[in-house]
Design a protein around this ligand. Structure first.
Ligand code: TRP
Ligand code: SF4
Length: 326
């Protein structure tokens, strides 16, 4: 069987360096080894953003532009928007028939989100079914593997369980059980040392300009024990140093030494980091700007993606309907 990947992202905001090193760089590499399907999960975004859907449209295009600028290739990969392939909802319905409520109510991500989300009401029927739609996304293309972060593992496990249950109920091996490809990507923290996230406003966007990068990097939390310029630093606990490790590994060792010997100040160290990040993002932003000037190209790519995705999706749904005698 062809090695196939499906992965998706919810278009809830601008993509940032965390997405770039944690997800996108990995997607780019996977394209060499797998047939890849990369999906904008707009229905999933709506499950939590249904009260303010107006931001979606803009984010969808902006995120896809980022994907393309970072090296996702429309030649090899299928890039599409979930809501444009209606079969996702058909399979979601079919899976809803056979998914026990207990599996969903017990899902750790569900319980956590309900507990932690205060600013909107997630006690909806749709939100409970979040992993069922995700299972449909993955199995619709008979993906054999899904690149996921640690946080998505429960969803993948549910996908495997739902696929297994469907196959066994209807006595047909329609769906392969996809395996998780855990990303070994380095962890990039936000400016304040917490997880990089839109909701913490501690991120550097892929589209961030040089001036703003500079300003943001200067706010980064460093070694708290280094109060005076002459205090020796502890780079191993400094987030700025961790950024060097990821974005300028060749410079990491020297910074380490300079910091320990108090031969470089934090302001200077950050100034250099800002330059490194600006240079790192330069070719990506150049591609971004080209695409933004020619949005038709982006819409064409999504239309081609829709066509290719629909072809496979409709075959799978035919098989499913046959099993259900409809
Ligand atoms: N739940 C995923 C996230 O929040 C997004 C997603 C939707 C997804 N469908 C998917 C990821 C299918 C992988 C495969 O990141
Ligand atoms: Fe961190 Fe650089 Fe300051 Fe050392 S000099 S504490 S690595 S910011």
């Amino acid at each position: 069987m062809e090695k196939r990947i499906l992965s998706g992202m919810r278009p809830t905001g601008k993509l940032h360096l965390g997405h770039l090193v944690g997800v996108l760089n990995n997607w780019v590499k996977l394209q060499d080894e797998y047939r890849c399907f990369f999906m904008v999960a707009d229905w999933h975004a709506l499950m939590s953003e249904y009260q303010n859907p107006e931001v979606l449209e803009e984010n969808i295009i902006d995120n896809v532009v980022d994907w393309l600028a970072c090296g996702i290739s429309p030649k090899g990969s299928v890039i599409f928007v979930q809501s444009q392939v209606k079969e996702h909802l058909e399979l979601y319905m079919a899976f809803s028939l056979i998914t026990p409520l207990g599996w969903l109510e017990r899902c750790p991500t569900y319980k956590e989100q309900l507990r932690e989300t205060k600013d909107r009401d997630l006690k909806t029927y749709g939100f409970l079914g979040y992993p069922v739609l995700q299972a449909a996304d993955i199995t619709l293309y008979k993906a054999t593997a899904v690149p996921v972060g640690e946080d998505q593992l429960p969803h993948l496990e549910l996908t495997r369980e739902i696929a297994r249950r469907f196959n066994s109920l209807y006595k047909k091996e329609i769906f392969p059980e996809p395996k998780a490809l855990l990303t070994s990507a380095p962890r990039l923290l936000g400016l304040d040392g917490r997880k990089m996230s839109k909701s913490y406003d501690n991120y550097i966007a892929i589209s961030e300009d040089a001036a703003s990068i500079s300003k943001k990097v200067q706010t980064m939390v460093t070694d708290p024990k280094r109060i005076k310029r002459t205090d020796p630093g502890h780079p191993q606990i400094c987030n700025v140093h961790n950024y060097y490790a990821i974005f300028a590994p060749e410079r990491k060792k020297e910074i380490d030494q300079l910091c320990r010997k108090a031969q470089i100040g934090c302001t200077e160290c950050k100034k250099e980091l800002a330059q490194i990040l600006t240079r790192y993002l330069e070719p990506i932003q150049e591609k971004r700007n080209k695409l933004l000037k020619n949005k038709k190209e982006v819409f064409d790519i999504l239309e081609q993606g829709r066509i290719k995705a629909s072809l496979i999706a409709s075959q799978t749904v035919s098989e499913v309907k046959k099993s259900l005698h409809i």
